[in-house]
Design a protein. Sequence first.
Length: 89
Amino acid sequence: MLCVMIAGFLLKISSAEWLFVVFAIGLVLALEAANTGIEYLSDFISPKKNDSIKKVKDVMAASVLIGSSAALIIGILIFFPKVIELIRG
């Protein structure tokens, strides 16, 4: 997250691009927090191995993966052209 913020300042991304970057960061952090909360709650409800709880944890982990993938795509769409422009001079 810090590297993305620094890159955003160095590459002078636009206000609209900042909106997407901040949204992507917020989305991933929110999904991670929800995933952690569900894991703690699941472990509290069923400390022993439980197939239904495992499915819930797997779905939450998948949601984090999907959100992170979307954030990666947003990052590529915003930063890749700017890096190419910087390289070309």
